[in-house]
Design a protein. Structure first.
Length: 268
């Protein structure tokens, strides 16, 4: 079920995972976080990983980002190894917590990866102003992280991930710690950003409605060891507002996700 009905051409794939397993060594013995995962993600898709806590969502995202090494199987990111993709700066990563440096202004936090790459100062400033405006933080460039709300801090970390213009954005429960009203706003902004930039987004969540609202494809995972139990292609229009949540299509998609999660938990 992990494979699309008609296999996508290699060149169209942003991420290609084949029979991937990942075992963590631990003092209590090996922990199998992922078992035989197959997944193909096309360029331009918005893909969510949804599954219960501890099922391996973060592990899969970190393996794509070259932050964890698979034990077996194959993984390609934009046609190259995760390490090559990392060195090419093919993706931006947004963590669960904003992880901004408190002694740097918002603009200088966004500019940090650009400084590391040796980009000239004028260009860095232009980039940070542009991407802060894209996440609706124009005017906050000179503030410090602690002067901003949690939602604004997370928007700044999205601007930082966008600043070096990666084709792929990896996001690990970026809005998990925020209240529902702020999360709704950020979900709408993120969708807009996805539509206007054509980026590929891989988004981890454990909220069914967030996954269905945002995604063009939803990947449902089983409890540990994480396996893919369903891949759902959404038939919702790309252009969608919150009213879509009241439609029969949305409700059906949410039911299919819920049912997949329920059955997988009973098989444990
Ligand atoms: P999720 O993001 O879905 O909540 P994770 O990918 O963080 O799940 O973790 C999957 C499983 O692997 C969990 O059981 C977790 O305890 C275990 N795990 C994660 N990181 C490590 C590690 N560094 N060492 C040992 N076990 C780990
Ligand atoms: Mg996680």
């Amino acid at each position: 079920m992990g494979l699309p009905a008609s296999p996508a051409r290699h060149a169209d794939l942003s991420i290609d995972v084949r029979d991937l397993s990942l075992v963590y060594p631990s003092s209590d013995g090996p922990v199998t976080a992922l078992a035989h995962v197959d997944l193909q993600i096309r360029r331009g898709d918005f893909v969510s990983f949804i599954g219960p806590s501890g099922c391996g969502k973060t592990t899969l995202l970190r393996a794509i980002a070259d932050l964890e090494q698979p034990t077996s199987g194959q993984l390609l990111v934009n046609g190259v190894t995760p390490r090559q993709a990392r060195l090419r700066r093919d993706y931006g990563f947004v963590f669960q917590a904003p992880a901004l440096y408190p002694w740097r202004t918002i603009a200088r936090n966004v500019e940090l990866p650009l400084e590391v790459f040796g980009m000239p100062r004028w260009e860095r400033q232009q980039r940070s102003a542009h991407y802060l405006a894209q996440v609706n933080l124009a005017g906050f460039e000179r503030k410090y992280p602690w002067q901003l709300s949690g939602g604004m801090q997370q928007r700044a970390s999205i601007a930082r991930a966008l600043s070096f213009e990666p084709a792929l954005l990896l996001m690990d429960e970026p809005f998990g710690a925020l209240d529902e009203i702020v999360r709704d706003q950020l979900n709408e902004q993120l969708l807009q950003l996805w539509r206007s930039t054509g980026k590929t987004v891989v988004f981890v969540t454990h909220s069914i409605s967030e996954a269905v609202f945002l995604s063009s494809r939803i990947v449902v995972m089983s409890p540990r060891p994480g396996r893919i139990i369903d891949v759902i292609d959404s038939d919702l229009p790309r252009e969608r507002g919150f009213d879509v949540r009241e439609t029969p299509q949305f409700i059906q998609l949410a039911q299919r996700v819920r049912e997949g999660l329920r059955q997988a938990s009973m098989l444990q």
